[in-house]
Design a protein around this ligand. Structure first.
Ligand SMILES: Cc1cc2nc3c(=O)[nH]c(=O)nc-3n(C[C@H](O)[C@H](O)[C@H](O)COP(=O)(O)OP(=O)(O)OC[C@H]3O[C@@H](n4cnc5c(N)ncnc54)[C@H](O)[C@@H]3O)c2cc1C
Length: 344
């Protein structure tokens, strides 16, 4: 059975791994020109450890643990007012996202066909298969198409409808990037919250760099899809008048090569599949960064989907039965995580 997966971050390569193990022929198409080398720290909780263990990479992933020692709370002048323990942000295990992506890619690159720098542009499906067109590559016919392409999934837009129908904004947006570690943070974070703004800085794996996050309240997630110039303008407006190191961080932002603007969003859908198309990870059921469960959910979702597809290949129900079983098994877990995401 030929499967095309869109997205090579967490859910995509994890699903590719399990499907290949069950005998499927897998192609992964990723919009970025190469495996992604950026991103914040991501955490693992609960059953995600079993999935990593089953893939034989738990110890390798553990080897990249950020070893955060906690976060200092500071006032508007940067004076320490309190402290949060490491667990407040780090879950049971926290690693830089780029290391996880690298490990998953290395694990699968020999068995799975990866196409970088391209995107699906059209999907037409009937009883015999899904005919897929790409922005750059030649069209192809696949038995199944999987959207593992994040909150603003192209597969979801093409097969289910526009983003506005499924992306629910939680009222907060922000920018993330790395810069020189000018606060000399050592496996520590520092958090300032004042006047509707939150500035969080931390340094872990690379002592010379610190990760910057500056967040603020917003009414919609529309900014996520705007040009960087406009996003920077909004950050400057919203951080205006803030003291401490904020003016310098705002200057650093303009030079950042790993600039990422995003809103806290959830993806809510009544169905995660339509015919031969199915969604996995943030594309189908993002729980928002505030849940701390996005990566665990992507890994568990990929494993659950692959298990049901493998079982259905040997039975009469085919992929439709597998998609239904995947959804029935996973939805209660997703709803719980989304509840935590909203509270967070
Ligand atoms: C700001 C922020 C902070 C976060 N913090 C945490 C945290 O602390 N802990 C935690 O567990 N999780 C966190 N997350 C969430 C976590 O990163 C995601 O939930 C997790 O990576 C989900 O993986 P995914 O593979 O489903 O989607 P993503 O990681 O979003 O990957 C989607 C992939 O699809 C690719 N793609 C997009 N469009 C296309 C296209 N048209 N064609 C081909 N490829 C495409 C993208 O380039 C990307 O590689 C955070 C997310 C954000 C945005």
């Amino acid at each position: 059975m030929k499967v095309l997966i869109s997205g090579a971050s967490v859910a995509g390569p994890a699903l590719a791994y399990w499907l290949h193990r069950h005998g499927f022929e897998v192609t992964v198409v990723e919009r970025a020109p190469a495996p992604r080398d950026s991103g914040y720290a991501v955490d693992f909780r609960g059953a995600a450890f079993d999935v990593l263990d089953g893939m034989g990479i738990l110890e390798e992933v553990r080897g990249h643990e950020t070893m955060m020692r906690g976060t200092d709370l500071v006032d508007e002048e940067g004076r320490k007012t309190g402290e949060l323990p490491a667990e407040a942000f780090a879950g049971d295990l926290e690693v830089p996202k780029r290391e996880l992506t690298r490990i998953l890619y290395r694990l699968t690159e020999g068995d799975v066909r990866y196409v970088f720098g391209d995107s699906i542009s059209r999907i037409d499906q009937d009883d015999s298969g899904a005919r897929v067109e790409f922005e750059r590559g030649e069209p192809g016919v696949y038995d199944l198409v999987v959207g593992a392409d994040g909150v603003y999934s192209t597969v979801r837009r093409l097969a289910f409808g526009p983003h506005e129908r499924f992306v629910r904004h939680l009222g907060m947006s922000g920018v993330g990037f790395t810069t020189a570690n000018h606060l000399a943070l050592d496996h520590r974070g520092v958090l300032q919250t004042a006047q509707g703004r939150a500035v969080y800085l931390f340094s872990a794996a690379d002592a010379d760099r610190m990760t910057v996050s500056m967040s603020f309240g917003t009414d919609s997630a529309e900014l996520d899809l705007m040009e960087r110039d406009r996003q920077e303008e909004i950050v400057r407006e919203r951080m205006a008048g803030a003291g401490w190191v904020v003016p310098r961080l705002v200057e650093d932002m303009a030079a950042a090569s790993d600039f990422l603007f995003s809103s806290a969003c959830q993806v809510e859908m009544e169905r995660w599949s339509d015919g031969r198309v199915v969604l996995v990870g943030d594309a189908g059921y993002c729980a928002a960064p505030t849940s701390g469960m996005g990566t665990s959910q992507a890994l568990i979702g990929a494993h659950t989907l692959a298990r049901h597809l493998a079982a259905s290949a040997a039975s009469a129900g085919g992929h439709a039965a597998a998609f239904q079983a995947y959804e029935e098994e996973l939805r209660p877990y997703v709803l719980e995580n989304q509840k935590h995401g909203r509270v967070g």
